[in-house]
Design a protein around this ligand. Sequence first.
Ligand SMILES: *Cc1c(COP(=O)(O)O)cnc(C)c1O
Length: 393
Amino acid sequence: MNETPRFYACRAAIPDAQMPHRDDPFDAAVPPIYQTSLFLFDSYRELEDVFAGRSKKPIYSRGDNPTVRILERKVAEMEGADAARAFSSGMGAIAAAVLAFVGPGDRIVTVRHVYSDAFRFFEKVLKRFGVAVDYVDGANTEAMIAALPGAKLVYLENPTSMVFEVQDLSAIADAARRHGVVTVVDNSWATPLFQSPLALGIDIVIHAASKYLGGQSDTVAGLVASSKVHIDRINSEIYPYTGAKLAPFEAWLVLRNLETLPFRMRHHHEAGLEVASWLQRHEDVGRVMHPAFGDHPGKRSFSGFGGLFSFEVSDRIEVAGFVDALRLIRIGVSWGGPESLVVPAKAALSISPETNVFARFGVSDRTIRLNVGLHAAGDIIADLEHALTAAKR
Ligand SMILES: *Cc1c(COP(=O)(O)O)cnc(C)c1O
């Protein structure tokens, strides 16, 4: 990276001015947790004014909750969006963002190596409701653009899961706008600190806040950030009815953990690159799938890199033996928290094949996904070195 990542600038990008808790009678430094389902009204008039939209006040926490609202405003500001909506999971956010815009007979375009449960949502739910899904190599910008005419929505993930392919967001967003296609991108990996999809012309940003925004492996949460028009549509067509709202306590956990996001991301960026470069030089490691390597034009949209990437071990390494020999690095499927983790694709390939994105689009069983957590790069490298030696046939 030649550019200085926006580690510190983003501290200011985590705004707290004019947040609802500024009205707190005790000037609480940290937003209170409004642990209530219900909000009361003093009079018939007040109730009718709120129902009629003449005044604003939360009614019921499935629709609105002040703690959740603070998180939504912060993430909207970080993404440069008009508004955001919080969900009980990243999948809740993905489902709502897609379902608000498609109906029977429509077609969506997505990237082949999309997040595994987004793939299952497309295959098991969207298709059942008569929505066609085209899977395209996201790194092939021409193929992506060629698939757009007639589509309703294009669902991107930059970079993709497991193989970390990069897409050219601005080129795809430009073409999509010409064809009237709504653009959605999962920005969980780069976070608003390292990639600003809306500034590149993308319509809707998704976050699995269970990963970096939450950052502590202690909560499952999701967000959608976009223009007022799109968020209004999500609010009126989907949000209150599927019920995937975020709980106030979970919102509070994400709010708390956002405060350390710049510092955590600086570590994930630096340590991730150091470990990836070390792996690239190792004689028993083949391809290292890290968006920093290679010269895809889509790389320009990143001002820094997440610490999650994959590598392939050579056929001299026994995969299960390698995984079992790790000591510091644990085995686990989530990412974005303090733990350093591996997921061997070989195990994931054993999941039933009909909705297995890895089997469908071809991920080598020698692929290991590595989450560089908050450990020192040197400690992670020592653990990898030890395990590669131990697993050598
Ligand atoms: C985990 C993940 C999701 C889903 O988020 P949940 O909170 O687990 O529902 C979506 N996209 C990516 C890239 C993920 O890693």
